[in-house]
Design a protein. Structure first.
Length: 185
């Protein structure tokens, strides 16, 4: 069965680890419970499915329908969980995007390279991860300092050689490819 293969892959992931201190909050146990409650009617590997409104009214009813949740449903879940946990949703924009982008941004700020972030998030293209990177003031200052330092280096090379570094490389390549022959005269 395909779902057992997926379950084995996910539960053996280094990102999904058992919580032995609080088994009731163990993500591996909760994932297994979720897979069990999906029922045989589910023929998709979509994670977030539409809840069955009759799951607790009919004996042995499955918890989910064989369809993904609506477009705005996950956002509603995130906001309600933010309220329950005491986050100020009026002062902060809390969304399903921010739930994913905040840890990605924190990892980037801590120095994790984009290629590693892509492995963690599952993005295939470096451009796909850019919207998840939220830059704070400190990060902006760091970028500006790098630009300034690079500009100072470029200006000092310009003052020393009389031409920008980019042209120096072009001139060198041109000299190698098209050597100047001595003029006859």
């Amino acid at each position: 069965m395909e779902h057992k293969k997926i379950t084995r892959l996910i539960t053996s992931s280094k990102w999904l680890t058992k919580n032995k201190d609080k088994p009731n909050l163990c993500p591996v146990r909760l994932y297994h419970l979720l897979m069990m409650k999906r029922g045989n009617n589910i023929n998709t590997d979509i994670m977030f499915l539409t809840p069955n409104p009759f799951w607790n009214k009919i004996q042995n009813a499955v918890w989910y329908k064989n369809s993904p949740v609506g477009v705005n449903e996950i956002g509603k879940w995130v906001k309600s969980l933010a309220i329950v946990t005491g986050l100020d949703i009026k002062r902060r924009k809390i969304s399903n995007h921010s739930v994913r982008s905040s840890p990605v941004s924190a990892l980037a700020k801590a120095g994790v390279e984009e290629q590693q972030l892509m492995k963690i998030t599952g993005h295939q293209n470096v451009h796909s991860i850019k919207p998840y990177l939220q830059l704070d003031d400190e990060h902006h200052k760091s970028i500006i300092n790098k630009i300034r330092n690079n500009s100072v280096n470029q200006l000092s090379k310009l003052a020393f050689t009389g031409e920008p570094e980019c042209l120096q490389g072009e001139r060198r390549r041109s000299e190698l490819c098209n050597p100047v022959s001595p003029s006859k005269g």
